[in-house]
Ligand binder design. Structure first.
Ligand SMILES: O=c1[nH]cc([C@@H]2O[C@H](COP(=O)(O)OP(=O)(O)OP(=O)(O)O)[C@@H](O)[C@H]2O)c(=O)[nH]1
Length: 686
């Protein structure tokens, strides 16, 4: 029984449930947890409109409930409990949030809204770890939410009033109790039943497993792949498109990754992975990031052959990206006979007779194979991995029903995802592979959904429309991308948030490697330039207990960074300062940090930035630079970790020369985490 050891991790701790809900108490004590109950006095009055989603509201309320109890108990006893658990359950109908009804009329209004329809029940949960230091309370908060879909039958007025008069709705979110009489109102439930009742026990155990037995996921497995099913496009999977779909086509096209039940055990669920692992940091999902990023390589491929521009084709460099197995394994396949059979005999697909000479495979992938990154983005956008997370394995028709998409197209999408190693396909249906569970489910700790979202919404478009800049060479491309990036970022708050989410999730994977590539304990202060949400700052503060860290970023970024903070002991040594590192004075620091920044800028801006840092840095001070590593000395070709960056990686020598040119000596270069190149230079006396 997997739950016991997880719950057992709390056995010797003083655990407090900050809730008056008898249902929560029952669910947790049935699971074997020993705890005290201290109902929270936090008034559930947060301003709902200020939350982007209903679940953000539930999570924040849960957190405030738990923190109120932790603070009160600490004040009273001068000793806080070890762990305080808070929860908040709400019902959401579209953007509207329903809590507990205040009276019968209110209950009637709520139940009438739910009548005959589907709604979502969200429970936000906060697990607050407390400790007292020098008489002060210190807290670390882990938070999550769970969503369950509930559908009500068509109910008569008489039945509604009979139910209201039973008294049951009054202390229940949305005005019903699914575990009792309210169960009669419900046609179906998708998801965790206990989540509706008030506490998502399964997710809670997974969260404990994550906290106490951190995961060590297997990297992407190599998938055997015969061919990717052919489709026109995955852009639109709606039913209105169904006429264009050919359900038979996918069957003919071969279904990558298909396996008979029993051939291999199911992909381990997150909990199992968590329980089996020891290392808290997941291995770098190289293959997945290359998949998300692969289209940049293809766009650069277009520069290889002048003919491609004439005929307006997009070209994939030979061998690369056509083979998802190689792609996901992080390999680049160059040379060798190119299989162009996929293109032959397809009317309307021009074949260039100089293909061999140019070394590229001709053809418009959008008419032949779906571009793998676009498949991934589409699957993320549709929340395919979220649906399969709890409900998989599911057959294609069931997935289509849940996503409200066309069944035929959905099956094709699922098959391509299976071919790419993102899903497993067995007779029982499709389910997430480990890598999808870890990185593609939206609420996962190591989710890269933000990167997929940003690449899809923004970077894809930039690369698609930048034919001109691509033709003009790498420097100009970098400049044009940088300028467009800047312009767009300044235009849209949503885009800024998307960018921040993407950078935040990538930084989570790299920050530890950057912070530990060198011993930085000689520095008392550091300034992370373009530090965004402060993930690296947090890691630095955690690694070096006396280090004060400043995160310096544009005002629109620092303004939004609050939403990404999760508290913790290091926070008091981190401050956020707004400014533009090209214009404003840089905050004083012993060590300046540029993490995955330099690649974004054209040479003139890059030198301007480095010379500004050099002027601000005191002799003996340091500059730490982290960038995607080039594959080998001088090669500068690595497609790895380019995500969010426009330029090409530099070799260690190029980095060394760059820092020396700006007055840094003793430049040391380290490979970190396999994919990063981290460089540390010391400012020489002028
Ligand atoms: O089907 C059911 N749906 C909901 C419930 C109960 O509804 C309440 C939700 O309210 P809240 O999250 O604010 O929790 P409170 O009861 O106010 O307790 P706190 O002290 O934690 O704020 C919750 O009790 C659910 O159990 C239900 O029973 N069935």
């Amino acid at each position: 029984m997997v739950l016991c050891p997880v719950i057992g991790k709390l056995q010797h701790k003083r655990v407090v449930l900050a809730s008056a809900s008898p249902r929560r108490q029952e669910i947790l004590s049935n699971a074997g947890l020993r705890f005290e109950v201290v109902p929270s006095r936090f008034k559930e009055k947060l301003h709902k409109a200020s939350f982007a989603t209903p679940y953000a509201y539930a999570v924040e309320t849960a957190k405030q409930k738990a923190l109120e109890v932790a603070g009160r108990m600490h004040q009273k006893d001068l000793r806080a409990p070890d762990v305080v658990i808070g929860a908040d359950t709400i019902v959401a109908v579209g953007a509207m949030i329903l809590e507990k009804p205040v009276d019968k009329q209110d209950a009637y209004r709520m139940l009438s809204r739910l009548n005959g329809k589907e709604h979502s029940v969200f429970t936000g949960v906060a697990i607050v770890h407390c400790c007292s230091k020098d008489g002060r309370l210190d807290t670390e908060v882990s938070e999550f939410y769970e969503e369950t879909t509930v559908k009500f039958s068509e109910l008569s007025e008489e039945l509604l009033w009979e139910y209201i008069n039973s008294g049951e709705p009054m202390d229940k979110a949305g005005g019903y109790g699914i575990q009792a009489l309210g169960g009669m109102l419900v046609e179906y439930v998708h998801g965790d039943f206990l989540n509706v009742v008030g506490f998502p026990l399964n997710h809670f155990c997974k969260e404990l497993a994550r906290l106490y037995y951190p995961p060590r996921p297997a990297d992407l497995r190599r998938v055997r792949h015969d061919s990717i099913p052919a489709v026109d496009t995955f852009e639109n999977l709606s039913d209105s498109e169904a006429g264009g779909a050919d359900p038979g086509q996918s069957a003919k096209g071969g279904r990558g990754g298909e396996q008979a039940d029993g051939d291999r055990s199911q992909a381990p669920r997150a909990l199992d992975a968590a329980l089996n692992g020891a290392d808290s940091r997941p291995r770098f999902p190289t293959g997945l990031l290359e998949l998300m990023d692969g289209f940049k390589a293809s766009k650069r491929g277009a520069t290889l052959c002048p003919k491609s521009r004439e005929v307006g084709l997009e070209c994939w460099p030979r061998g690369r990206l056509w083979d998802p197995a190689a792609l996901l394994a992080g390999q680049q396949v160059d040379g060798g006979p190119q299989d162009t059979s996929c293109l032959q005999g397809r009317p309307g697909l021009p074949m260039a007779d100089h293909a061999d000479q140019a070394g590229v495979c001709w053809g418009s992938w959008s008419k032949c194979h779906p571009p793998p990154p676009k498949v991934l983005f589409t699957a993320c956008k549709l929340k395919l991995f979220d649906v399969l997370k709890d409900q998989g394995p599911l057959q294609a028709v069931d997935v289509a029903r849940k996503l409200s998409t066309c069944a035929g197209r959905t099956e094709q999408l699922l098959d391509v995802c299976a071919a790419l190693g993102l899903l497993e396909k067995t007779r029982r249906g499709y389910s997430n592979t480990e890598v999808a569970t870890l990185h593609l489910v939206s609420d996962g700790e190591h989710s890269l959904q933000g990167v997929a979202e940003y690449n899809d919404a923004h970077v894809w478009g930039v690369f698609t429309r930048l034919g001109l800049a691509v033709r003009e060479g790498a420097e100009q491309t970098r400049g044009a991308l940088g300028a467009m990036e800047e312009e767009r970022l300044s235009q849209s708050r949503e885009l800024t948030l998307q960018f921040m989410r993407a950078k935040h999730s990538l930084s989570k994977l790299t920050a530890h490697h950057v912070a530990t590539a060198f011993d930085l304990s000689r520095f008392a202060s550091a300034c992370d330039l373009g530090g965004c949400t402060g993930i690296l700052a947090r890691e630095l503060a955690q690694e070096y207990p006396r280090l004060q860290v400043t995160v310096f970023d544009l005002p629109e970024v620092t303004e939004l960074s609050g939403g990404f903070q999760c508290g913790g002991r290091q926070t008091e040594r981190i401050r956020f300062v707004s400014g533009d590192f090209f214009k404003d004075s840089l905050p004083e620091a012993d060590l300046y940090v540029l993490s995955r920044m330099l690649q974004d800028w054209p040479d003139d801006k890059l030198h301007k930035l480095l010379s500004r840092i050099s002027s601000s840095c005191k002799p003996g001070g340091g500059l730490l630079v982290a960038e995607a590593a080039a594959e080998e000395e001088g090669a500068s070709q690595s497609p790895r970790l380019r995500t969010l960056s426009a330029g090409q990686p530099r070799s260690p020598d190029e980095h060394r020369r760059l820092l020396q040119r700006h007055g840094f000596q003793d430049v040391r270069v380290a490979r970190a985490g396999d994919l990063l190149c981290v460089v540390l230079g010391t400012r020489a006396a002028p």
